[in-house]
Structure formats: C-alpha cells, structure tokens
Design a protein around this ligand. Structure first.
Ligand code: WT7
Length: 630
C-alpha cells in the first residue's frame, strides 16, 4: 500500500500565486492565522462559525465527543431553511435572485429569495397535507430542475429526512435505496432531458416501486404535454401546491436530529446510507461555502454537479443559500448542443464562481481550446474542482484556458461522509498543481501508515482525519458497524479510504482510492456492486471488476466474466450484459469492456484478487501473490 515516491516529485512542484488583491479582499485573508486560531481552541473556532447563523435556541455545548460518536451544538434548536431562505427573504435580500435555472433552447426560470421561500412553503404544506411528518423519509428522484431543490428544502422545512437519488441510477439501485430507507413518499418527474432527448424517469420509478411496501405516494412533476396519466397513489407536483398557503412554520429541529440520508458506494455490494444531522451540517457547509468559494454579494455561483450527489447537497443547495448567494443551475450537459455549452452559459450569465469536476475538464481539453476561446469568460473570479484528483496537466489547462492565469483554482477534497470540504488551497495561498492543498482551519488531517504513524514527506500513505468536525457523518443508516469501521481501521482517527502523499510544506496530493471503489467520471462505483449486478444475470456464474486508467473519465470499468455452462460468449451476450447492468444500476456503472474468462485469480480462501487482474491487464508486476491459489 505505501509506495515510495520520488521526493523531488513533491518538492519541485510548480507554484502559482494569485494577485494579492484576492487575499486582501477574501473572507479568509490569512490562512495561517485562521489555522492557528483553530488549533488554539477548536471549539471556540467552531462556535464563532455557528454564531454567524440564526438559531431558534442556542447550544449548551459545542461538542460532546464520545469516540467514535460526536454530537455538535447540543441543546440547540434550528431549522436550516430559516438560514437558507427566511433570513434573506425577510431582509435586504428579499428581491435578490436566489436561483437561476437554464434548460435547453434558452429556457430560463428565475426565483428571488422571496419567491423561493413561498414555493418551498407551499410544497411543504402540500407534503404535510398527505401526511408527511418529521422523521419520515422522502425519496427524491428528479432531474436538475428548480422543483428538485424546492422538494429538498420543503422536506427540510418540515423535518422530513430526504434521500436524494441521482436521476442517472437504474431501477434496482433506486429500489434498494427506497427500501433501505423505508421511504414513504417518492418525488419524481415524468422525464428528464439529456442532449435533446427525453428520458422516461417515471418508468424507472414504476419498476422500482413494484416491490416497495413502504411507499404511500408518488409525486410526479409533469413536464411534458400531453400530461402522463397518474395512477391511484400518484399526485401531480404543481396541483398539490395550488391553493396551499405560502407560509409554513418551520419544524423545530434538535441539533442532532437526522437531516438527510445519502447513499454512497462501499466495498460491499450494498451502498451505505450516510446519515447527516441538522446543526453540524449547516455550520460546516455555511463556513466552507463562504470561505472556500469566497462568495460575495454580487457573485453568480455555478456548481455543475447534480443535487443527487453530496456536492449538490452542500454546494448547490444548503451552503450557498445559507450564505445568501445567487445560485445558477442548468440541465444542459457540457457537450450539448455543442462543446461550448458551459462557456456560453458563463458568458450569458456572467458567472463569477465556477465549480466543476476533473473529468469534465479533461473532456474540454480534448475538445480543444477553440471552444472556450469563442466566449468571453472574463466574469470568472474563482474556479473550482472536485470528485477526483485534478492532475497537473488538467490543472495547467484549467488555469490558463479558463482562468486566464488570473483566477485561483480551488481543488477541493472531501467526501459524502465528510459533508463539507476538508482540504483545499484557500484563495490567495500559493497553488501547487497536483496538490489539493492543506486542511482547512477546523480540520486536522494527515498522511499515515497502517499503524497510524505519520509518514515522511514524499512517501505515500493513508489519508486520515484526526479529530471530529461538525458536518461529519453520524452513522451509516441501520448499519452502525460500518460507521465504526471508519474510526477503528486505525485506532483513534477517521480513515478516509484514499491514498495520499504530503509535501514538506504540508500540501496534500490525493493519489486515489485504497479500497475497492472505482471513481468513474467523478462517480463512486463499488466493484462489488457491478459484480453483483453481473451475477444477477442468468448467464453469469462469476464476475470480477477492475478500474483501468482512462484519459478523460479517470477510470473505466473492465469486467471479467465466467459464464454458466450452456452459455456461449459473444457480442450478443456482451450487449445483453451491458443492458442488464444499465437497467439495474444505471448508465454510470456500465462496464466499458467485458472479457469472458474460464477462471479468476483467487486467494486460497476464495477471495478474488482484483489486484492481480489489474496488474495483468496493465502489463505490470502483480506484486505479492503468495496467497494466490495454485
Ligand atoms: C471520494 C469521495 C465530495 C464530492 C464528490 C465526491 C475522491 C473527491 C477529490 C479531490 C482527489 C477526490 C476521493 C474521495 N475525491 N474530491 N479534490 N481530489 N480525489 O464525493 O462520491 O463521496 O467521493 O472522491 O477519492 O474519497 P464521494
């Protein structure tokens, strides 16, 4: 696991320092000072962050740490929507634009803070009317439209626990998430629109709810004429809102009440329902939105993620709205109608802060500079990246072609589990391509060996977080054992699951996952999930899945399949298997290659050695194979 790196690799790195004006005007003008203040008194530091927000009742204690369980701001009462909506709508930001949505063919919808609050309250009242109560789980499976955000905020308003499922997941993946969380209501849409084509979202919900005993209602946003017919338990999104009052008393939430569940891939076939709670999540996402993206009153902020991922939860919805930002969202893909779509939107909307993923950046690199060069990108002030390592080549391109050597890049490292950004280079600090940066004030992180001892600069090791932080996951839904594993893999610290290396001056480079998770185009895919989808096909006896480096997507999925007797390998079966994975897990988990094989490398105890498959595939030394059978 711990590979030795050439120390020069981390010491001779390039350095870029943005214009000093950035630092001077930033919310966090002095990283060192802020970090020192945090270390002097961590609780006081977080308390000061919490004081920037509105509370129904203040906390008695900032932190109760009972390893590995943390409670933050105990005794406090709050509702996050008071900070994301009312605080702005009832004050000077009443008529400020909260949300701009752009669909295909120039369609645009704009919501001021006042209007967004009214819509959220009306939908919250509609949910209440059909019996949704505090603590009930609501599954949101929607395209990237304003109603998706309204649905999330309405759940938050009434204390319902949302579980947002990305609209690109297939029916089996959706069904598993509905049943694991025991969702009472599903909110969906008839279609989502991708590259000019309609995708039948509701058809996937129909399939996913055949066996979903807890579901009482399905709410459908009907976007297309003629309107789809609704069945008995189905309700129309906008009809439900019609006639509802536009005010709704926020549910009083305790600091540690569950806020939402979000599923993420793990190293078993079953995804983990990451549980976040109310107060700490609010404080962590507000603090990082404000200080990492340096959001100011006149910014127009665009994060290209989908609210179905944690990036969307924290940095489209809750964080930026808590700060009072103008948030831009778009249902367009980066390559439709052409490879200039994102740049044309930046020019059209005068976007000032842009946050996207390395896989998109690498795709843009491939398409050529002529696309961004056609547009005026001079409104941009800060550009960001998240989801996987931003390799130096991609950094350089992003910095030069998009940021015009003017905009600082924030390469932000974090996870569904962390809730908030943990490591980055704060605006104004020197940037080193390839390195995400240092732990934010509020975070203690390090690179260690298997025993938890810090490794020498330049040596690879495991990334760990050494103390609790407010927006950390509190448990894995109905599986606390998996939660404890994060904190007991190495005693006393939170083991992230990533390999990293640190430079002498404390900058951290993320190298990739240390477990059986493959990051494909920024999406976490568990090898076990894909394997069990393959094995659920009648022709498959056994399957093993590996990640292969891919120029654009970071990794691609390769599957090795052993067929049951009586099945013939061939292109037809290959297509059939691909279709099967697509319809169960969704297009994001589809293998790029399938090889039919007679046997798989296994340990004597029967565990598939994916490492051996991968080494063979890439023409590398498989390393220690002493446990390999025969
Ligand atoms: C994993 C978490 C958090 C938002 C999106 C993904 C990888 C994330 C970076 C980065 C290198 C990164 C890690 C991490 N990752 N950001 N800036 N540099 N790697 O959330 O789906 O929970 O995935 O994504 O491997 O553990 P997630």
């Amino acid at each position: 696991m711990t590979e030795d790196f050439d120390v020069r690799l981390v010491e001779d790195v390039k350095s870029y320092t943005p214009d000093p004006a950035y630092r001077k005007n930033a919310w966090m003008p002095d990283y060192q000072k802020a970090y020192a203040e945090f270390m002097k008194n961590p609780e006081k530091f977080w308390e000061a962050q919490a004081k920037e927000l509105d509370w129904i009742r203040p906390w008695d204690k900032v932190l109760e740490w009972n390893y590995p369980y943390a409670k933050w701001f105990t005794g406090a009462q709050l509702n996050i929507t008071l900070n994301c909506l009312d605080r702005h709508a009832n004050n000077s930001r009443r008529n400020k634009v909260a949300l701009i949505w752009r669909g295909e063919e120039g369609r645009e919808r704009i919501f001021t803070y006042q209007k967004l609050l009214s819509q959220v309250c009306r939908f919250a009242n509609a949910l209440k009317k059909i019996g949704v109560k505090k603590g009930d789980c609501v599954c949101i499976y929607m395209p990237l439209v304003p109603e998706q955000l309204i649905a999330m905020l309405a759940c938050a308003r009434i204390g319902a626990v949302h579980s947002v499922v990305f609209g690109g997941f297939g029916s089996a993946a959706l069904n598993m998430r509905i049943n694991d969380a025991g969702a009472k209501v599903i909110i969906t849409a008839d279609i989502s629109i991708r590259r000019g084509k309609a995708i039948q979202l509701k058809a996937i919900v129909d399939e996913a709810t055949v066996d979903a005993p807890t579901v009482e209602h399905v709410i459908v946003l009907r976007r297309r004429e003629p309107l789809v017919d609704l069945q008995e338990i189905e309700l129309d999104f906008h009809e439900m809102m019609a006639g509802m009052p536009d005010t709704c008393e926020p549910e009083v939430m305790d600091a540690e009440d569950p806020f939402f569940i979000l599923y993420t891939s793990g190293s078993t076939g079953k995804p983990k329902g990451i549980v976040h709670t109310c107060a700490g999540y609010m404080v962590g996402t507000h603090y990082t939105s404000k200080n990492v993206f340096d959001i100011k009153e006149n910014d127009t902020y665009w994060c290209t993620a989908d609210p179905g991922w944690i990036t969307g939860h924290s940095y489209i919805v809750y964080g930026p709205l808590a700060v009072g930002a103008t948030v831009f969202i778009s249902e367009l893909t980066p390559d439709y109608p052409d490879a200039g779509s994102y740049w044309s939107l930046i020019e059209e909307q005068k976007i000032t802060i842009f946050y996207t993923a390395p896989t998109a950046i690498r795709m843009f690199m491939k398409m050529g500079e002529e696309w961004p060069d056609k547009y005026n990108l001079s409104s941009l002030r800060i550009i960001g990246s998240v989801g996987e390592p931003l390799n130096p080549e991609a950094f350089e391109w992003y910095y030069r072609v998009i940021g015009k050597k003017r905009c600082p890049i924030v390469d932000t490292w974090w996870q569904t589990e962390t809730g908030m950004i943990m490591i980055t280079t704060v605006i104004g600090e020197p940037m080193h391509p390839g390195f995400a940066g240092k732990p934010l004030p509020g975070v203690i992180a390090d690179v260690v060996d298997k025993e938890g001892k810090p490794v020498k600069p330049g040596t690879g090791g495991l990334l760990v977080v050494k103390s609790p932080w407010p927006s950390m996951l509190r448990t894995v839904y109905k599986d606390d054992e998996r939660y404890r594993k994060y904190w007991y893999t190495i005693d006393g610290v939170y083991t992230v699951g990533d390999l990293a290396v640190k430079s002498r001056d404390g900058y951290i480079m993320i190298l990739g996952r240390s477990d059986d998770i493959i990051i494909v185009a920024g999406h976490n895919i568990g090898t076990a999930e894909v394997e069990s989808a393959l094995v659920s096909h009648h022709a498959v006896a056994e399957a093993a899945v590996i990640g292969k480096p891919d120029e654009v997507k970071g990794n691609s999925i390769k599957a090795f399949v052993i067929l049951r007797v009586g099945n013939k390998p061939g292109d037809r079966l290959r297509q059939d298997l691909l279709h099967h994975v697509r319809s169960t897990l969704g297009p994001i988990a589809m293998p790029h290659e399938i090889d039919f094989v007679d046997k798989l490398p296994k340990t004597r105890s029967g565990k598939i050695m994916r490492r051996v498959l991968k080494a063979k595939e890439m023409g590398m030394d498989p390393g220690d194979v002493s446990t390999l059978e025969e």
